[in-house]
Design a protein around this ligand. Sequence first.
Ligand code: NDP
Length: 310
Amino acid sequence: MTLKILFDGGADRWPDYRDPLTAALAAAGIDAEIRLDWPPAEVDYIIYAPRDTPTDFSPFTRAKAVLNLWAGVEKITGNPTLTQPLTRMVDTGLTEGMVEYVTGHVLRHHLGMDAHIVNPDHTWHWAPPPLARNRPVTVLGLGELGSACARALAALNFPVTGWSRSQKDIEGVTCLSGDDGLARALSTAEILVLLLPDTPATTNLMDADRLAALPEGAVIVNPGRGPLIDDDALIAALDRGHVGHATLDVFRVEPLPADHPFWAHPKVTITPHVASETRADTASEVVAENIRRSEAGEPLLFRVDRDAGY
Ligand code: NDP
């Protein structure tokens, strides 16, 4: 029987996904028809991208899974109408993109590139940076993205400390967990990378006290989620110089409102949620594999633990 698959990932993205999804489903041996519109009660699978307005999943009585195209699921985990299994995106393209963003921004700050790129007075600014081996970096969150970034930074010779909910063992990375582990991870973080999900347990994790626990002049790179940092506490820490710079890709409200103080702050770099993007070609293979697994009665990959929120 032909499976009815709803592409609810946005009509604007459909042209990118149509061919790779069709090809990936065929390669996985799945007989399916993908449309942007089906009568809800007939839909077998929902390929989904969350929006600010929650979706009412209750009419999708037959749907066997909701396959989220994004890695972050904070806009959907609390949706009470969602009774189907939920998966999130783990995609090689997404991981590669995040490694490039994080290593690029860490190296920018490590090498002090700004002083040479913006030098209107043509100053001979002779200040060689230390070697990476002398610049401790901490990554909060050692999941698919955080662990890949931690490995890449370690391969560049940075001493890397990582922190996660459960204890990890990653070659070349000092892995910590728990409250004591967080305190240790922050105390050495000359550059701090945030790759945690947005959950009730991580909201405002970087509050005034934890910002104060960073070394003087520490730099923050946040491609995780906006609510991980208390905005007002960050601005206060930047203003008094305790935090040297913040490169922020994600915000509580996106697009970042025009009057938000981050825009005008001289020690804040804003990138517009571009750290990494799900790539249609590689993500389509993940979606197709999960539909194949579901039809074969095998466990889904990357299933979200809705109680934990990620
Ligand atoms: P994962 O679920 O694979 O990893 C999450 C990590 O965070 C895990 O190591 C997990 O610990 C840890 N964690 C979760 N809660 C806590 C907690 N309370 N205390 C300590 N550690 C915790 O997610 P990904 O790596 O795939 O993605 C991370 C986030 O990156 C996404 O949730 C999303 O918000 C963001 N993102 C941003 C993008 C952008 O373009 N800016 C693009 C894609 C993702 P454990 O391993 O023990 O479970």
